[in-house]
Design a binder for this molecule. Structure first.
Ligand code: SAH
Length: 220
């Protein structure tokens, strides 16, 4: 961790503990998720000018018109994806800051994460390398196509909102696996899709607010 962050690092330990207590009060019950979020330095995933607000329960801008999801959103989506069992091999669509990716990596075997904005991914790649998280594989591509070369996945998380999960992603989900994503457009809700031997079962949950999923890639 670089020197310029070390001062913040000292105080953020306590701030992080308070964040975790708040998450518990807000109904997060998966202790493994809470433990992981207690260890990951969230302030390193936002611009330095915003690092004092990194542990507040808000989404913050991360450039290119994108946002890092709020702590509650990250915790809730991770707990829904885990459902108290192993995450196994995970596909994440929308790497963004890489914070959610880092949380997943501590609870999964391997995490494959796809981001469509090249410059955003370049920065995130450096950040995750500095934190020495080694079971993350980043890819600059359109996540709507999934990652057929390494499919099928045990778990898939989308961190941008869509009205419908594309067929290509459903096909890359193992039987017994699940997808968590924000569903909708104006009004949005977290949604869980379970892949059973009988087919796909969808459950609509908490109301949320996400940036939209877009197709295609941009290099800048
Ligand atoms: N989990 C991230 C969320 C970032 S916002 C974080 O907390 O930092 C959602 C991200 O999804 C953005 O970075 C956006 O560029 C990306 N995204 C949107 N559509 C995409 C697509 N089709 N493929 C890959 N990434 C996409």
């Amino acid at each position: 961790m670089s020197m310029r962050h070390s001062g913040i690092g000292m105080t953020s330990q306590r701030t992080r503990m308070r964040m975790v207590e708040r998450l518990r009060e807000q109904g997060i019950t998966d202790e493994r998720v809470l433990t992981v979020m207690n260890t990951i330095p969230r302030h390193l995933f936002v611009e330095e000018a915003l690092s004092s607000r990194a542990y507040d329960d808000v989404a913050l801008p991360i450039n290119f018109g994108q946002t890092i999801s709020s702590p509650w959103t990250v915790a809730r989506m991770t707990e829904l994806l885990r459902a108290n069992s192993s995450l196994g091999k995970v596909l994440e669509i929308g790497t963004g800051s890489g914070y959610q990716t880092a949380v997943l990596a501590q609870l999964a075997q391997e995490v494959y994460s796809i981001e469509r904005i090249g410059s955003l991914l370049t920065r995130t790649r450096i950040r995750l390398r500095e934190l020495r998280i080694n079971n993350i594989h980043l890819r600059h591509a359109d996540g709507l196509l999934g990652f057929p070369e390494v499919a099928p996945f045990d778990s898939i998380m989308m961190t941008a909102v869509t009205t419908q999960v594309p067929e290509s992603l459903l096909e890359q989900l193992m039987i017994g696996g699940r997808i968590v994503y924000p569903k909708g457009s104006q009004k949005q809700n977290l949604c869980v899709i379970e892949h059973t031997s009988q087919g796909f079962i969808e459950t609509i949950l908490d109301e949320v607010k996400f940036v939209p999923i877009l197709s295609g890639v941009i290099s800048k």
